[in-house]
Each structure stands twice: as C-alpha cells, then as structure tokens.
Design a protein around this ligand. Sequence first.
Ligand code: C2E
Ligand code: MG
Ligand code: MG
Length: 704
Amino acid sequence: MLQSICQNPQLVETVLHTVDSLVIVLDQDGIVRAMNAAAVAFTHYDPEEVVGRYHWSDFVPVNEQDKVESLFKNLLKKRTVQNVEHHWITKEGRPLLLKWHNAVITDAHDKINYVIATGVNITDQALLEEELRISRKVVETGDPVLITDANLRIIRINEAFSRVTGYSEADVLGKTPRILSSGVHDQAFYAHMWQSLSTNGNWAGEITNRHKSGHHFTEYMRIAALHDNDGQVTHYVSSFIDISAAKANEQKLRFLARFDSQTGIANRDYFTQKLRQSIQTHQHNRQKGLLFYLRLGFLEKMEAHYGNAFVDTVILKVLHDLEHTLSGYQYFLGRVTGSGFGICVQNVPRTAGLKTATHLALEMVELTKHYPLAIDEEEERFNLYPEIGICTFPGANDASLLDAEALIHHALVASQKSRDKQECYEFYSNALQRAVDESHQLEVALNHAIQKLDEFELHHQPQFDAQGRVTGGEALIRWKHNGILVPPGLFIPLAEKTDDIITINRWVFKQAVAQLHTLDKSGLLKQYPSLSINFSPKCIMAADLVTFLQNELEQTPWIAQRIKLEVTESSFIHDIDAFKQRLAEIKALGFKVSIDDFGTGYSSLSYLTELEFDEIKIDKSFVSKLSKQCERPCRVIKSIISIAKALNVNVVAEGVETPVQLEALKALECAHFQGFLFSKPLPFPALIGLLTDNQRSAAPIGTA
Ligand code: C2E
Ligand code: MG
Ligand code: MG
C-alpha cells in the first residue's frame, strides 16, 4: 500500500504539503532541492530563495555548520535513519531549533538520490525547558518557596522552605499552606490578603507561621498568582524570608528603649511615662499615688570595692526583696539613676496616703539598713545607706505635683535631704525645694568665686587675755557676693563637699601670711603674736599639705611660730592614727595646733591624751549658757579647763558676749577670750587700727 502511494508523485507531494513538520529535500551534495509548505511557513522563505542553495552553509548557524555537514556525510555513508537536533535560520535571521529526522532515498541501483530531512520545531519547548531549568535553579538556591495549584494544594517547595519550616516535601505535597498556620492572625488578616491577591495578583507582608516543631517564626512573604492566557489562576507562588532574628532584634531594641537592661525594670523614660499615666488616673479616681525615690548610697562604694558583677547581683536581690515588701500594693518600679530606683504605689485611699508612705518608707529602710549579703561565703549584714525621698500626688495647690518629671525631681531632692536624717527618709515640701534651689544657686556662685578668688576677704577676730591685752587672733574668711556678705556657715559646708575647701584654705593661708608680713613691716607684729587659721578635715588631711606648708616656710620661715592650725574633732574621729601622724608632721615644721569648738563633737578625753596639740577652744555654745543661775555649763567648762591644765595646753573661750560670761570664765581660771564683748571680726585695716591704738595707749579693752 505504502509502495503504491510512493509511486504516485502527486500523492506524495500532497502528503508532504499537508504535514505540520518541515520537510526539506536535499541532494547528496547537501543542496536544497525542495521544501514543503510547513517549511515555508516556519522559515518565511519562498522556495525559490532556498532551492539550489547549500543546506548547512546558508541556513545553519555558523557554529553548527561543521557538525551538520559531518552528520550529513555520516548519513550518506551509513544510510541509516538519523535523528539530530540543530538550528535553522529563518528569513528574518531567527534561529529555530528543529528536531530532524533524516533519511536517504535511493534508486533501483542503490544510488542515493535524495536526503529527506523532516524537522519538528522545538524552539518553544526548548526555551520553556531552559526557563524551567533556570527557575528551578533559582528556586533551589534562593529563599524559601512554596507553589500551590489554583486549589491551594502544595505542588512544590524548595530546600530552603524545608530548612526554615522544618517540613519536607513528603510532609507538605498535596496539603494546603494552612499546615503552617500559627493561629496568630485573625480572619480579617487573611481576608485582606485574598482581597489583594484577587485584585492585584499579589500580596506582600509580615506573617507569623508555625514551624513543624511548634515554635512560631515571622516571615516577610510575597505571594503572586499565576494566570493562564484566559486569565484564570493556575498557581500561587509564595516566597518568603525569615525575619524572626530581625524581629527579635527589633523587640530587643524596643525592650531596651523602655527597660533597664540590667534589672529588667522600666528605665527612667518609661517610668516617667507610666507615672504620667498614673497621675492622670489619680486625678479622676480621687485616690492617692505615692512616689518614692530610693537611693542606695552604698552601691557606689561597693562597686569600687567588689566590682560591677557583685553590685548587679545585690541590686537584683534588693529589687526582689522590695517587690516582696510591696506585695499587696499596686505599684511599678523604675531605674531612675544608677544607684536609685523609683517606686510608684498607686490607688492608696486618700486619707491613708501619708500613713502608708511612712509605713512603706520605714519598711524600705528596715530592709536596706541591715542587708544580708554573702561575701566569701560568709554572710554579713551591710548598711546600704538608704536615702528615700517621698512625694504624694496629685496635690491640690501645687501644679508641679501633676507633672511626672517634676515629681521625680521632687523625690530626688527629698532623698538628698534625707541623708541628714536618722530616719533615712524625707517627704517633699515646698520649703524644702526652696532651700535646695537657693543652695544650688549659691553653689554655682561659689564656684565662680573660687575660680576668680576676688570676692573673698580675710577678717580677724582678736583674742585677749584677762588683762584685756591682745594675744593673737583668728582669721575668718568673708565672701562678699553681689555686695552682700555671705556667712561662712552657709558657704563653707558647700565648699567642704568638694576639694574647693582646699583652694579656699590655701588662699586664706597665703592671705594671712601676706597680712602678717604687712604687720611685721608696720612694726605691729609684736601686738599680734599669733594667728589661728581654720583647717577643715579635708584640708588637714590633704596629701600635699606638708609640701604646701614647707613651701610657705621656705619663703617666710618665721611664720611657723606665729600660726596655729585650728582643727575640729571631726578631723580625727575617723582615723586617729592618720591624724596623729599628720599632727606630728605639722608640729615638726614648728606650727601650733588648736582644737576648735571643743565639746561639740565627741570630746573624747582619751583622744586628747593621745594627741599632741597646743590649745583647746571652748565652744561658744557652752559660753553662751554661762549665767549666775546655770550651774551645769559652769561645771563642763571647769572640767575642760582642768583637763587643759593637766595636759599643759592653752584654753581660749569663744563667743564671750557679756561681762557676766567673762567674769564667770575668769572665776574658772580661763586665761584667754574671744568674743563680741572684746571685738567683732574686723577687716584687716580695722585690725591695723586696733593694734596701732593698743600700741599707743596700751589701754586694756573690754574690762570696764
Ligand atoms: P569658728 O572657727 O568657731 O569661728 C568662730 C565663729 O564665731 C566666727 O563666726 C565668729 O564670728 C563667731 N563669733 C566670735 N565671737 C562671737 C560672739 O561673741 N558671739 C557670737 N554669736 N559669735 C561669735 P564666723 O566668722 O561666722 O565663722 C563661722 C565658722 O565658719 C567658723 O567657726 C569656722 O568654722 C568657719 N570658718 C570661718 N572662716 C573659715 C576659714 O577660713 N576656713 C575654714 N575652714 N572655716 C572657716
Ligand atoms: Mg575657728
Ligand atoms: Mg570655734
């Protein structure tokens, strides 16, 4: 049957022109002799443009020509049917990839007449395969990918997907992405996602899914819907990146922005924010809020001694115990400063505000004053030096009690003040704030004055013997600030908080030496045999004091016999040995030492016997109580004088204001006096005047 068809050339031609495949007829030299309609349709050549030309050199891409020519020759040699793939170039120059089926046609003598090449266009298929290969590669190596069909059945995942979700292909194929659902998102979330997919063809956003092992993880996911030519969804491709780590970091940052990383309690900002809310609530609910600022003074010292880690543990332990103390109250805590904590107790009945605040403050003091800590496995009790400032809010007449920052500030101020109190706590009050403000302003002004040292003056209060003769004097500093004399009782304690007191002390010393020089030059030094200079504890114990004094002596050696260093008992009660050593050094330089304000501190007689000093100054508080009726101060002064006698040291009574006091002191055999009865502290020119008058008249003063 086939043979009879083949012997009918017309029929053959018709068949060739109706098949979909390209058919090209070549002669044995490879020259094109004919091509069918499909070949014309694919290559866009007219047959006359092709017929008579070489198959491989004219229509095959250059890089494939050698291969095609050798295949052709091989076919001629072997005469077997050949299946090969190579490109053919269309009239427009576009390469078509064709799968060729080549066969030879021989005549009756077995001579090759023609080669029939039948080609199937596989260009699109190849492109598709290439694309598929590439996308497969992308899918394999890229981010996690999940592909579902239109019915949301998973048809493909990649390795990254398995790595991130824990699910293998076997776990998920055929299932829906719901297996990843964490339950975190509500219906509205998914409704929005589907809405976006159906209108825009894609969706992107954060989604929390569940790992196979159960834990949640957050991804940034993109889903794209794939459509066919009719616009019907065929697939959904979703790819995502795991952002759990980034999320955790974000959460950590958010945490750090609000909480103290060391203790986990609110930081100052967040505490203030919560306090702000609490104030608002209390304005409406007619209850009281209590704000405590608890500073533990000892923490800083502990840090220097035992290190950070130890202090961190102590803080955590204290906070834990504090929470126990506060159980039963509505409260929140915050780290307000390095060593201080804010505690806000809320919703306290209005009438019980003060009582509750006092009760809680006492509990906190009790907790932290004898705090048990294990050091080197031995438990000891430490005083953590609590300083507690308390504010209650809201306040009816004080707007600052409605402002969170101001409240915290008030509590801090009150805690600073509590330092001076035995109870270790202090309530904020307006008067307290005023005092603090003033003291702060004074501190700033003093700072300026100390830098310039041009607002200070040195006054002298002469001392007298029983006959009214000047025996010496005390140098007393004066600070003229904005034309007003600021009493030393106000600014000396401020300067004593820092090393400013040393600067002041050295200025006084140098000034005193300069004035002694002046007196010397005026011939008045004989009238003023000694000058006492006050030395605060810091000044007397300063490491370079001896060097300082030595330098001064080098310039004016005789001042050592003229100057007395006045010290108070507070200089030696902490470290008597160090003080003894210092005293010996000072005495070795030739200076005398006087004990000021005797009787107001510890007045320990045993100390006195241990120390080598030259003079005791009876404090004016005893002298002022001397009267004919009052026996007790009289007895105290009598015993001080007898001790002085026993120790063979001089006695000066300070603050002698009345003749009655003077007579009483004389009766007790006190030999030297300083007080307003004789003279107020005088500016230096007035002292010169007094000494000059004395020199001239030699008339006793104050004994009339
Ligand atoms: P102080 O060393 O005990 O000085 C005696 C104080 O008593 C002086 O007060 C003096 O003016 C005052 N006074 C003297 N006689 C009487 C009197 O009859 N009645 C009364 N009511 N007071 C009398 P001032 O000058 O105000 O000094 C107070 C304190 O300031 C001094 O007490 C001393 O502790 C300190 N101070 C003064 N100047 C210096 C200084 O240069 N350095 C240091 N470190 N402290 C100084
Ligand atoms: Mg003094
Ligand atoms: Mg004194």
